[in-house]
Design a protein around this ligand. Structure first.
Ligand code: PFF
Length: 441
């Protein structure tokens, strides 16, 4: 791909951006984070953080990228010559690389499930879904092969470039995934005892309202919107000047909230109806989905299709992650794209090895009392993303003159005022307070 390849259409861009956003964050992470952090309160804070902090910063990233029309580092350098803002790009490159290092592990788990689904071994009487999950993720050979395969798929698509690879894949897979989720939701909420799951999601238990939950919800909002690590700057750099960014960003945020809640509505009613605990952690979706499909006619077949769609949702996000690393890595030297893609992918795979082994042979290895997998998740999600988001917010709020940002905003003056107040004051202060409180708590 030449560096100035562009999206063929606005809807293509929205789907690609939504594809980058919607992935494991909404479908895998959101349910288990909600499950371990009190359900409703976490969900409420997540929506609050998405609308009032994540979305305005997403708009800021779209502005910076579209205005720059280059990779994040060069975009910042050109728009703020001689100033250190470009370091946001370095932070983004490090963060996306680290995220991909564990993201690919979970992507590998999905591949493992797909292989088992093809032999119909995910359904049928007497399968212990919890034991199955624990066995799969503890097997060092399987997780490493799966992770490497997942990285390889990501790499091949990123090499193919924006129009052919990313846009086409996103346009077809996302709508299909929506439809499937709605069908599953119907099955799940009609199970006996499902109402407890709905209550868990929507009736607040305020004892969970604290700085820690707030930080986790904020991190979840950033993670699932792909905000704070220059990913959306990178995508928007392929967007032409005539497209409206506010409506694109609103669309992405709404789809993301929608699919997160829907994932919750598939998982939690089933959790309670089938007698599982919501606090399963990272295994929640992998354990619950087969359990729900077991309740559906032809479940063995549908679960295969479902995991394939989930794989696509995951890949549309992993290619965004790799795209950031590669586009920053090569800068203007687009002729080195192919080689760089291979080198970075190999490096990311290697950094991910301890994460892949975190649930088996390396489970005793901890940093700050966290497994390697959890540690990388924590520093990227709870530290690097909020810091990146904070800086991006300040850049759009203060480095851009009001005239420039208004011109880029292209929407109603009232919305512009609200947006500007958020990126100048509300978002930076909220992020700083939450970060400091939770780090020193
Ligand atoms: N938003 C993706 C998800 O929810 O799965 C993860 C992600 C993709 C984070 C791209 C950051 C990023 F740059």
């Amino acid at each position: 791909m030449s560096s100035r390849d562009q999206f063929a259409s606005k809807i293509g861009f929205i789907f690609a951006a939504a594809g980058s956003a919607i992935g494991l964050g909404a479908i895998w992470k959101f349910p288990y984070m909600a499950g371990t952090n009190g359900g409703s309160v976490f969900i409420f804070l997540f929506i609050l953080c998405t609308v009032f902090i994540g979305l305005p910063i997403l708009i800021a990233e779209f502005m910076i990228g579209r205005r720059g029309q280059k990779d994040p580092i060069n975009s910042f350098k050109e728009q703020a010559p001689g100033k250190p803002w470009f370091m946001i790009g370095w932070l983004g490159q490090a963060a996306t690389g680290l995220i991909l290092s564990f993201y690919s592990v979970v992507g590998g788990w999905i591949l493992s499930y797909i292989i088992r689904a093809t032999s119909m071994s995910l359904t049928g009487n007497g399968v212990d879904f919890e034991a199955l999950f624990t066995d799969i993720i503890a097997n060092p050979v399987e997780v490493l092969i799966a992770q490497a395969t997942f990285m390889l798929i990501t790499l091949i698509i990123v090499q193919a470039g924006i129009k052919r690879g990313i846009e086409v894949a996103s346009k077809w897979m996302m709508p299909l995934l929506f439809i499937f989720f709605i069908l599953l939701f119907i099955r799940s909420v009609t199970l006996d005892g499902a109402i407890e799951g709905i209550k868990f999601m929507f009736v607040p238990d305020w004892s969970y309202l604290n700085a820690e939950t707030f930080l986790l919800a904020l991190g979840q909002a950033f993670f699932s919107l792909s905000v704070g690590v220059s990913a959306m700057i990178t995508y928007a750099s392929y967007l032409s000047q005539k497209e409206k960014i506010v409506s694109s960003a609103v669309n992405v945020a709404i789809m993301n909230i929608f699919i997160s809640i829907l994932a919750g509505l598939v998982i939690f009613p089933a959790v309670f109806a089938l007698g599982y605990s919501p606090e399963q952690g990272p295994g929640l979706v992998f354990i619950m989905l087969p359990a729900v499909f077991e309740q559906v006619p032809f479940g063995g077949f549908f679960i295969l299709i479902f995991f394939i769609l989930l794989l696509f949702a995951t890949i549309t996000s992993s290619i965004a992650l790799l795209e950031v690393v590669v586009s920053i890595g090569i800068g203007e030297k687009t002729n080195t794209r192919k080689r760089a893609t291979w080198i970075y992918s190999t490096l990311i795979f290697m950094i991910g090895i301890p994460s892949a082994l975190s649930f088996g042979v390396m489970s005793d290895f901890t940093i700050m009392e966290k497994s390697f997998f959890d540690f990388i998740d924590y520093i990227t999600n709870s530290i690097m993303m909020p810091i990146g988001a904070l800086l991006i917010s300040l850049f759009a709020g203060f480095h851009y003159t009001k005239k420039i940002s208004k011109e880029e905003f292209q929407s109603s003056p009232l919305l512009f005022k609200i947006w500007l107040t958020i990126v100048r004051y509300i978002a930076p202060i909220a992020i700083a307070v939450i970060l400091i409180r939770s780090i020193f708590a």
